[in-house]
Structures are given as structure tokens and as C-alpha cells.
Design a protein around this ligand. Structure first.
Ligand SMILES: *[C@@H]1O[C@H](CO)[C@@H](O)[C@H](O)[C@H]1NC(C)=O
Ligand SMILES: *[C@@H]1O[C@H](CO)[C@@H](O)[C@H](O)[C@H]1NC(C)=O
Ligand SMILES: *[C@@H]1O[C@H](CO)[C@@H](O)[C@H](O)[C@H]1NC(C)=O
Ligand SMILES: *[C@@H]1O[C@H](CO)[C@@H](O)[C@H](O)[C@H]1NC(C)=O
Ligand SMILES: *[C@@H]1O[C@H](CO)[C@@H](O)[C@H](O)[C@H]1NC(C)=O
Ligand SMILES: *[C@@H]1O[C@H](CO)[C@@H](O)[C@H](O)[C@H]1NC(C)=O
Ligand SMILES: *[C@@H]1O[C@H](CO)[C@@H](O)[C@H](O)[C@H]1NC(C)=O
Ligand SMILES: *[C@@H]1O[C@H](CO)[C@@H](O)[C@H](O)[C@H]1NC(C)=O
Ligand SMILES: *[C@@H]1O[C@H](CO)[C@@H](O)[C@H](O)[C@H]1NC(C)=O
Ligand SMILES: *[C@@H]1O[C@H](CO)[C@@H](O)[C@H](O)[C@H]1NC(C)=O
Ligand SMILES: *[C@@H]1O[C@H](CO)[C@@H](O)[C@H](O)[C@H]1NC(C)=O
Ligand SMILES: *[C@@H]1O[C@H](CO)[C@@H](O)[C@H](O)[C@H]1NC(C)=O
Ligand SMILES: [Zn+2]
Ligand SMILES: [Zn+2]
Length: 629
């Protein structure tokens, strides 16, 4: 159960990286070269192209965060998925071309990642028994020339995952995989348990153009980590003597990469600790975790950015002009940022139209090898195996619930009733009342083949169906309403956001939802503007162009915390039937039953029985096999 909450928090949205591609195109006819490698086989390519040239500065960054295994790109044909259809191989090609461009301009281009590499698609999570989540997909990240990477909370829920990051991932980065406030406890050479940083606490290095950098990798004040991993609070970290010593020396700029939102979290603690020593040295912050696009300047000589999730966004950030290195430290930095949709048009266009590099094709050898490697891994993990074909799109938030296009309606009205009958025929003839929590679903279920990968994307949580037999119908039918008025299984503050405690445990869904809801509300809940394609419409607190491609906002409707299957008909009020729920909220349900049956039977956990052996992550496949074949 814990897993629902954790994972829901992590994934809500996505963005992530960009995978544009590009290539230096200089030449003509490069479109012709693209057909042999276009993202992943079957991915629908976008048709529109982005807007204006990137603004290059002395120091420029490409940022990925919260990729959550989406290295395969978004493969569906329903808008706006084609806008995120670039895969990590396309991104690799883009990075190579951008580096050439930076070289041609004599400026620095750094590549950074803010963590959460696990939990999101089959490429990370579809591993065979005995393997470790993300072990294979992380090998693709290691093929890119990241300058700094930082650990995320999704590297910390399962000890073996953290151990894999420590033993196998971190050593490939020559001190550039940072975990300033995260340790793992692991046997040392003599077998004695020892607490050590998962990666490195900080690093100092010189850029290609000779600029001195001091970098940290900080995670938010996370409390949901596995036993034998340690997360130190940010406020405590900045008091450590190693930290104070690390910031004494004056670099050309500080680089703070970490798994912490740039708004409403603790970056200012780190920022201020550095500012207390260096009042004007530029500080660049690359955050993550809430899956939104965001930008804020803590002062005039710094910038803090967050670039979404799920490989929907790649985020180049440019510090422009000569002011970075200026001896005049009273002047504000001139900084720009741009959120790029992760598809092959973005980079092709950027490189082709606005830049000078000369390669005749976008795809580099390394990019093509990564794309091919991703295809191989997807095959090895059986990710394209289709259980059936979804006849249409079903959305979590884009349409109202209940409704014919609502994923929650499909879930409650069709998937659960059909799948439970197939999965537990022994009780199929007993009338029931079924309630599920909306947080059990992570992503829209889109038209087309419903594959093993889709199953892992849409409904990955492993909560079990359980039931309480012989509950009077008159009581059972009130449970849904009572659960919904009790509210989400997560505690919320008065303004509807996660409680401090849940937020510390890793939950971010409400912040992500709020961000999307605001975009839709800002446009007056109008239907899509036909002049623009669907996508994110970012409003952050930095000036200048944010989104590279102008979009019309995706509709966003609130959904209930719980949904119920259609009630049985022709059942007497006092008939005893099965109340079927998920183990995730069984204790809340027991409380409600005892309130409703006041004076009558008092329920305890011993009344709760497994409903066969069915888990929420299995039912979509059962349904697709039965109905969509
Ligand atoms: C985004 O996706 C829509 C719908 O598929 C498409 O029409 C549009 O061209 C895409 N835009 C970009 C920039 O790729
Ligand atoms: C974790 O890894 C160890 C060592 O490889 C293995 O023995 C153990 O079974 C793994 N635990 C889980 C829960 O996968
Ligand atoms: C933590 O590590 C210690 C030392 O290796 C071990 O004895 C203990 O069982 C571990 N605790 C958990 C909860 O895994
Ligand atoms: C992390 O590991 C270092 C090195 O062993 C140790 O000095 C430090 O106390 C540990 N920090 C925490 C918060 O456990
Ligand atoms: C971290 O968060 C926890 C839970 O909200 C809180 O108890 C603790 O004081 C925080 N620690 C720091 C250093 O901020
Ligand atoms: C410098 O930037 C700060 C923070 O963004 C702003 O408040 C201030 O007005 C700027 N100063 C100038 C001279 O532009
Ligand atoms: C530094 O920049 C500020 C703001 O542009 C300007 O007023 C000042 O004269 C400059 N100082 C020097 C020494 O160039
Ligand atoms: C690009 O190609 C042109 C024409 O062949 C050549 O003049 C120019 O130097 C090349 N630029 C770079 C950066 O290689
Ligand atoms: C792929 O997965 C499906 C569904 O779990 C299974 O029936 C099939 O045998 C698998 N194929 C391979 C090659 O593993
Ligand atoms: C939903 O589908 C049903 C059955 O196909 C149809 O009767 C109904 O009109 C549809 N409702 C809407 C709002 O489209
Ligand atoms: C779309 O663009 C056309 C031509 O510029 C304009 O007349 C129309 O009002 C626009 N539609 C919307 C919804 O903005
Ligand atoms: C439910 O309550 C039981 C008994 O009080 C407790 O042991 C269990 O941890 C609780 N489960 C959850 C998911 O809170
Ligand atoms: Zn995340
Ligand atoms: Zn996170």
C-alpha cells in the first residue's frame, strides 16, 4: 500500500527531457536522412515545429529530470504524445550537436540531471525476476556525457536500487554523481556495516572553457527512504563542516543540481548558505521532483529551473552575454531559459534553422546505437506484447468523471467488474459492491495496442483486491460516499495540497495537479484554441520566452478520490454481499463500516479476506484480453 502513495507522488506528470534531436544540420535534405531511425519503431512523429532561436550565453545547460524510465519516449498517436516522441537516442544526438555548436561558439554547454531515474515505464520497471529496477535502463544514461547527476527519491524506496546506484551507477561518473545529503549503509571490505554517501557529496571541476565549478547534489527533506539509507535534512546539511569547507574557495559559478523543487522547498537554505560567503558569484540551480516546468531567480545573479518529467521536456538554459565572467559583480546576470518539447522536430529545427554546425544528418552514431539498444531492451523485456487494442483514449483528468472517455469510468464500470469475475470465478456469482481509489491509476490509457509497457505505465501499483463478506447492502452502498467525504487517503492541508508529512514522504501529486489545473483555468476553461496544438502552457516567474512551442492548454478536471462500480440491482437492503476494496484503504473502510453499523457488527482486519489473488496491476490486461481482442 505504501507503494501507491509513493509512486503516485512521483509520477504525476511528466516531463522530462527532451529528446530532440538535431543534428547539425547545416545541409539540406536532412529530413531524408531521418527515416531510417525515427525514435522508436511505431512512435508517431510530430508535425509542427518550434519558434525562435535559443539564446546562447557564456555558459549553457541542458537539463533532464524525473525521467522515470521514459527513455523510450512517448509512443502513442494521441495528442500531445507525438510531441514527446523523441527517445533517449534522439536526445543523445541532440546533445552531441549542441556540444558542437557550443564549441563553434566558444562557449560552455553542460548537461545535468536531477534524479528519479526509476519507476515509470517498462524500460526501468519491466525487468525479469532477480534483476534490479533501472539497472538496464540506467546504462543508457551512462552513455551520455553528463557533467553532474543527482539522486532522486525514487532511487531510495528500495534498498537494492540504492545499492545498485552506489555500486554500479555512481562509479561510472568519476565523482560527478552527487548525493550531498544521502548515505547508504553497506558492508565495508571487512564486512562491517558502514554509512557512506551513495555517490559523492560534492565535486569541483573545470569546464571545457576553463571555468571553475563547485557542484552539489541535494535532495529535499525526504523521509520515505528505505531502511539502511539515510537522508539528512537540508537545514542540517548546510551546517556540516564538509559543506562549509567546500564553499570557501571561490569558483566561477556554483552549480546546484538536485531533487528538490525550485519553488516552495529548501533550495534557499543552500543558496543563502553560499551567498553568506560569496555575495555575487553566479549560482545555477537545477531542481526537480514536482514534475512541473518552473523557473525562479533567487537574486539577480542566479537562476533556478525545473524541467518537468517523463521525458516530455528538455530544458536548455542559457546564460547569455559576457556578463557571467564580468568583473563587475553588481550587474545582474542576463539569463534565459527555454522548455523544449521532446521530439525530433525541436532539435532538427533548432539546429537546422538557427545554428551553424555542419553535420548533414541529425542522428549520430551514438544516438542511433542508443535507440537500437532501447529497442533491444524493450524486446528483451517483452514490452510490446499486446493484450488487446484499446478502441479509444481514456483520460484521467482531461475529461469529466463520469464519462465515456474517462479512465475512471472505464475502470469502475468495466475493467474491475470484468477482471474480478475472470480472476476469482469462485465468488463471481455473489453480489458485490466495489470501490477503488483513483490514485491507483497513474497515466491516461491511450488508443491503440494495450501493451505490457502500457500496463506498467498506466497501473503499476501492486495493491491487492480484498473483500469483507456478508456486509448488508444498505451499509455497503454508503461506503463510497463516506470514503469520498473523508477525503483522499493522503492528508491535505486547508488549501488542498499534501500535508507536510505526506510531502516529506514523497507525495507531489497535488502540486502537479494544481499546476495543470491552473493552466486550464488561466485560459478560462476554453476548449482548445484551434491555432495551437495541445501541450503545457507554462507560466513561471522568470522573464522572456519559456515554452519553446506555443500550445493550447490540456483540459483538466478534478476527479473524485474514490470511484465505485455500478451497484447491483434487485438486491434487498438487508442482503449480505461482498464489499470489495483495495488493501490500500482497508483500515479507512473498516472505520467507516463501524460508524455506519453503529450498534451492529464491529469489523476488524480479521474480517478482510484476499479476493482471490488479484492485484490492481493485473486487471487491465485481463480486461484487454477478454474484451479488446
Ligand atoms: C504536437 O502534437 C500535435 C498533435 O499530434 C501535432 O499536431 C503537432 O504538430 C505537434 N507539435 C510539435 C511541436 O511537435
Ligand atoms: C537484494 O539483492 C540481494 C543481493 O543481490 C539479493 O540477495 C536479495 O534477494 C535482493 N532483495 C530483493 C528484495 O530483491
Ligand atoms: C541494515 O543493515 C544492517 C547491517 O548490514 C543489517 O544487519 C540490517 O538487517 C539491515 N536492516 C534492514 C531493515 O534491512
Ligand atoms: C554519511 O557518511 C559519511 C562518511 O561515512 C559520514 O561521515 C556521515 O556521518 C554520514 N552521514 C549521515 C547523515 O549518516
Ligand atoms: C524534515 O522533515 C521532517 C518531516 O516534516 C521534519 O520533522 C524535520 O524537522 C525536517 N528536517 C529538516 C532538517 O528540515
Ligand atoms: C536585478 O535582479 C533582481 C532580482 O531579480 C531585481 O530585483 C533587480 O531589480 C535587478 N536589478 C537591475 C538593475 O535590473
Ligand atoms: C557595474 O555595473 C553597474 C550596473 O550596470 C554600473 O552602474 C557600474 O558603473 C559598473 N561598474 C563598473 C566598475 O563598471
Ligand atoms: C561548415 O561548412 C562550410 C562549408 O563547407 C565551411 O565553410 C565551414 O567552415 C564549416 N563550419 C564548421 C563549423 O565546420
Ligand atoms: C510476453 O508477455 C506475455 C504476457 O505476460 C506472455 O504471455 C508472453 O509469453 C511473453 N512473451 C515472452 C517472449 O516472454
Ligand atoms: C456514452 O456511451 C453510451 C453508449 O455508447 C451512449 O449511449 C451515450 O450517449 C454516451 N454518452 C456521451 C455523453 O457521449
Ligand atoms: C486562430 O487564428 C485566426 C487567424 O489568425 C484567428 O482569426 C482566430 O481568431 C484564431 N482562433 C482563436 C481561437 O484564437
Ligand atoms: C491497519 O490496521 C492494522 C491493525 O491496526 C495495522 O496493523 C496495519 O498496519 C494497518 N494498515 C495500514 C495500511 O495502515
Ligand atoms: Zn519524479
Ligand atoms: Zn521525486
Amino acid at each position: 500500500m505504501a507503494s501507491i502513495a509513493k509512486l503516485a507522488a512521483a509520477f504525476a506528470l511528466g516531463l522530462g527531457l527532451l529528446t530532440p534531436l538535431t543534428g547539425a544540420c547545416g545541409g539540406s535534405g536532412d529530413q531524408d536522412h531521418h527515416h531510417h531511425v525515427r525514435s522508436q519503431p511505431g512512435a508517431t512523429q510530430p508535425t509542427a515545429f518550434p519558434s525562435s532561436p535559443l539564446v546562447w550565453g557564456d555558459v549553457n545547460f541542458l537539463h533532464t529530470t524525473d525521467t522515470h524510465g521514459w527513455l523510450i519516449g512517448h509512443q502513442k498517436s494521441s495528442p500531445p504524445e507525438p510531441n514527446y516522441s523523441g527517445d533517449f537516442g534522439d536526445f543523445a544526438s541532440f546533445v552531441e550537436h549542441m556540444r558542437q555548436e557550443a564549441d563553434a561558439r566558444g562557449v560552455d554547454l553542460l548537461l545535468v540531471d536531477s534524479g528519479d531515474l526509476h519507476d515509470g515505464t517498462g524500460l526501468s520497471d519491466g525487468f525479469p525476476a532477480g534483476d534490479v529496477d533501472g539497472h538496464e535502463s540506467n546504462k543508457f544514461l551512462a552513455k551520455l556525457p553528463y557533467d553532474i547527476l543527482a539522486i532522486g527519491n525514487h532511487e531510495l524506496y528500495i534498498y537494492n536500487v540504492t545499492r545498485d546506484m552506489h555500486l554500479n551507477f555512481a562509479p561510472q561518473w568519476d565523482g560527478r554523481y552527487l548525493s550531498s545529503n544521502v548515505n547508504i549503509t553497506i558492508p565495508d571490505k571487512d564486512g562491517k556495516a558502514t554509512s557512506v554517501p551513495v555517490g559523492d557529496r560534492y565535486t569541483k571541476f573545470k569546464t571545457k572553457r576553463g571555468r571553475k565549478v563547485t557542484a552539489f547534489g541535494v535532495i529535499f527533506n525526504f523521509t520515505g527512504n528505505a531502511p539502511n539509507t539515510t537522508v539528512q535534512g537540508v537545514a542540517d546539511m548546510v551546517k556540516e563542516s564538509w559543506f562549509k569547507e567546500a564553499i570557501i574557495e571561490e569558483p566561477d559559478f556554483f552549480l546546484l543540481v538536485g531533487h528538490m523543487p525550485v519553488s516552495q522547498d529548501n533550495w534557499p537554505l543552500v543558496f543563502n548558505a553560499i551567498r553568506a560567503v560569496h555575495s555575487t558569484i553566479p549560482i545555477f540551480v537545477f531542481g526537480g521532483h514536482t514534475h512541473i516546468r518552473d523557473c525562479v531567480q533567487y537574486d539577480g545573479r542566479s537562476m533556478a529551473l525545473e524541467s518537468g518529467a517523463y521525458m516530455e521536456t528538455v530544458f536548455p538554459f542559457v546564460s547569455s552575454g559576457a556578463k557571467l565572467d564580468s568583473r563587475n559583480r553588481t550587474q545582474n546576470l542576463s539569463v534565459t531559459r527555454r522548455y523544449l518539447d521532446a521530439n525530433r522536430n525541436t532539435p532538427t529545427d533548432i539546429l537546422h534553422k538557427y545554428h551553424t554546425t555542419n553535420s548533414s544528418e541529425f542522428d549520430t552514431a551514438r544516438g542511433e546505437a542508443i535507440t537500437a539498444g532501447i529497442t533491444d531492451l524493450a524486446n528483451r523485456f517483452n514490452l510490446s506484447y499486446a493484450f488487446g487494442t484499446a478502441p479509444q483514449d481514456y483520460y484521467l483528468h482531461r475529461v469529466q468523471y463520469p464519462g465515456n472517455d474517462s479512465l475512471l469510468s472505464l475502470l469502475a464500470d468495466k475493467i474491475i467488474p470484468v477482471a474480478l469475475k475472470i480472476g476469482f470465478p469462485e465468488r463471481a456469482n455473489i453480489s458485490n459492491v466495489i470501490v477503488a481509489n483513483a490514485g491507483s491509476q497513474r497515466f491516461d490509457l491511450l488508443k491503440g495496442p494495450f501493451t505490457r509497457n502500457d500496463q506498467l505505465v498506466v497501473s503499476p501499483f501492486t495493491n491487492a483486491f480484498v473483500y469483507i463478506p456478508n456486509v448488508p447492502f444498505s451499509i455497503a452502498k454508503q461506503v463510497l460516499g463516506q470514503l469520498n467525504s473523508a477525503g483522499s487517503p493522503q492528508r491535505r492541508t486547508a488549501d488542498g495540497l499534501e500535508s507536510a508529512e505526506d510531502y516529506a514522504a514523497g507525495h507531489i501529486q497535488s502540486r502537479f495537479d494544481r499546476w495543470r489545473q491552473d493552466q486550464w483555468a488561466r485560459f478560462g476553461h476554453r476548449a482548445a484554441n484551434e491555432n495551437f496544438t495541445l501541450g503545457y502552457v507554462t507560466k513561471d516567474s522568470c522573464s522572456g520566452i519559456g515554452d519553446d512551442t506555443i500550445h493550447s492548454p490540456i483540459p483538466y478536471y478534478p476527479i473524485p478520490d474514490y470511484v465505485g462500480s455500478p451497484l447491483p440491482t434487485n438486491v434487498p437492503e438487508d442482503a449480505g454481499l461482498d464489499l470489495i476494496i483495495l488493501d490500500f484503504f482497508q483500515n479507512d473502510t473498516i472505520k467507516i463500516l463501524n460508524k455506519l453499523s453503529s450498534g451492529g457488527k464491529q469489523y476488524t482486519t480479521t474480517d478482510v479476506l484476499p479476493y482471490g489473488d488479484i492485484k490492481i496491476d493485473q486487471i487491465h490486461a485481463l480486461y484487454a484480453e477478454a474484451v479488446w481482442n
